[in-house]
Ligand binder design. Structure first.
Ligand SMILES: NC(=O)C1=CN([C@@H]2O[C@H](COP(=O)(O)OP(=O)(O)OC[C@H]3O[C@@H](n4cnc5c(N)ncnc54)[C@H](O)[C@@H]3O)[C@@H](O)[C@H]2O)[C@@H](O)CC1
Ligand SMILES: [K+]
Length: 483
């Protein structure tokens, strides 16, 4: 599991470790790791041109000492001093090694630019001249290596309030910062390389985590010898309407590949006909009234994809949410509960799977504000509504009160196409029916959906149905990697 921390958590751990070590040890560890990554990127260090953007704090100090190391290996290293102060010992070390101080015009000549403007000590949008230097670095065409995090990205939230450095590689010290895993910050970080500086035992419980395939393999249930279709968990799907039959087909498609023992579909005439013809494996009930009385026992429900928002759909939502099993609420289901929040007051767990627009209706925040601070809003929704939240987007965030947020980074931009959310609902619902908690079902579902998207796309457009088809391959990829 990849663990990530806020700036305050990192600072406290650094202080605890620093108190036990000779002064400057941590910065030397950071600089050594940083210089090694830069040397790898450059290929040939001797004769290369390296420009350091140096802010007034220790982030600039890291850059200066890494610059010293590259200068000693024959690189031509120039430091652009951006702050009112400069890390003095670091600058002296660079100058002693043959580096020099230069004007910002040097940026255009660089083979590699090291961004040491600000790190975890930053607050708010980049001020001048930092903002201008960040823009010049982005425009230069050289490889940009961010020190600890790209300047302009908030370490704790991933917010980007103004200009920010767009890095090819971010070399982060001691531990991941949450802002490197969550968009928009994650998109500025490029590849993130973690340098161990010995913080380990001083770190508290993480602020956020990202599951790996191995974690997912350990969490998802596998059938044993004594399993039968009922013991493996039965999922109910209440989705689709006369207008939106496809959502029902896709949600059931995702559900059937998600490992539960059986999928029961319940709906109106048109989607029932479609689900029947696509999925003979599903047990289908035609509802002549909005009631789940005759559907049979299930261990979890998926409520909402394509369901519509009319009185009939509302009545059905009331019945599903009155059941005593976990319910995943998506799409039209979210519109229905946004209108009638009392529906969420129930004893069994609820997992909601909104995108930013749907979440905005649920918590009365504007969509752009949610996109800019995804983690914060997902957490707020989880606390206010008393549910688990899976906020969809380029990085999917799972929030539940009292637990570290889980960030999913397994997906691909090809997944942003109609219907993939319906497949995710079915898949995560199937995991719920198998007994996973909302927290695990959401994060494992997001991970597998992301891997399925990558397998289905393989560098080209995909359809939602392709993603559903690729789910077994995704499960195989995490449970038997390399086979
Ligand atoms: N403390 C330690 O032992 C270690 C620190 N390390 C480095 O030190 C960094 C933290 O250093 P600092 O605490 O000195 O802080 P930073 O270097 O991140 O930034 C603080 C400086 O930036 C200025 N600043 C803040 N916000 C700004 C903004 N929006 N626009 C322009 N200037 C702004 C402040 O006035 C201050 O001078 C880490 O990110 C990491 O790179 C690493 O060397 C590892 C060890
Ligand atoms: K930086």
């Amino acid at each position: 599991m990849r663990t990530a921390y806020t700036a305050d958590q990192i600072r406290a751990a650094e202080q605890a470790l620093m108190a036990r070590l000779p002064e400057g040890t941590l910065m030397q560890r950071a600089a050594a790791g940083l210089a090694a990554v830069c040397a790898d990127l450059l290929g040939r260090v001797y004769g290369s041109r390296v420009v350091l953007l140096v802010g007034s704090g220790d982030n600039g100090g890291d850059a200066l000492y890494a610059g010293e190391r590259l200068a000693r290996r024959g690189a031509r290293v120039e430091a652009v001093l951006a702050g009112s102060r400069t890390h003095e010992a670091g600058l002296r070390a660079l100058l002693d090694a043959g580096g020099r101080v230069a004007e910002a015009t040097a940026i255009g000549q660089a083979d590699l630019i090291m961004d040491g403007l600000v790190g975890i000590g930053a607050s708010g949008a980049l001020r001048e001249p930092y903002a201008r230097l960040a823009a010049e670095a982005n425009a230069a065409g050289a490889a940009v290596v961010a020190v600890d995090l790209p300047s302009g990205v908030d370490a704790s939230s991933g917010r980007v309030a103004g200009a920010a450095v767009r890095a090819r590689v971010t070399v982060t010290m001691g531990a991941y910062k949450t802002g490197l895993l969550v968009d928009p910050g994650a998109a500025f970080a490029g590849d993130v390389e973690l340098i161990d500086i010995g913080l380990g035992e001083h770190l508290p419980d993480p602020d956020a985590t990202a599951l790996t395939g191995r974690d997912v393999a350990g969490l998802i249930p596998r059938p044993g010898d004594e399993s039968d279709k009922y013991r493996r968990g039965v999922l109910g799907v209440a989705a689709g309407s006369d207008l939106f039959t496809g959502a029902a087909v896709l949600a059931v498609g995702g559900a059937l590949r998600g490992g539960s023992g059986m999928v029961r579909y319940a709906g109106r005439e048109a989607p029932v006909a479609q689900v029947r013809s696509h999925w003979p494996e599903a047990v289908v009930t035609l509802l002549d009234a909005p009631s789940i009385e005759h559907v049979g026992r299930v261990q979890a429900w998926v409520l909402g994809p394509g369901l519509g928002t009319d009185t009939w759909a509302h009545e059905l939502a009331v019945k599903v949410l009155a059941s005593d099993v976990p319910v995943l609420v998506d799409a039209d289901g979210l519109t229905l509960v946004a209108r009638d929040k009392a529906l969420l007051r129930r004893t069994a767990p609820v997992l909601i799977t909104p995108h930013a627009g749907e979440l905005s209706r649920l918590i009365g925040a504007d969509r752009a504000g949610i996109e800019a601070a995804r983690l914060e809003h997902a957490r707020r929704a989880a606390a206010e509504l008393g549910v688990t939240v899976l906020l969809k987007g380029s990085t999917t965030v799972v929030a539940e009160e009292g637990r570290p947020a889980r960030v999913n980074v397994s997906g691909t931009p090809w997944l942003s196409t109609g219907g993939t959310g319906d497949v995710l609902s079915g898949l995560a619902g199937a995991l719920l029916a198998q007994g996973l908690s909302c927290y695990d079902a959401a994060s494992c579902g997001a991970y597998l959906h992301g891997v399925a998207g990558r397998l289905a796309a393989d560098g080209a457009p995909l359809t939602a149905a392709d993603v559903a088809t690729a789910i077994p391959g995704a499960i195989r990829a995490v449970t038997s990697p390399g086979s």
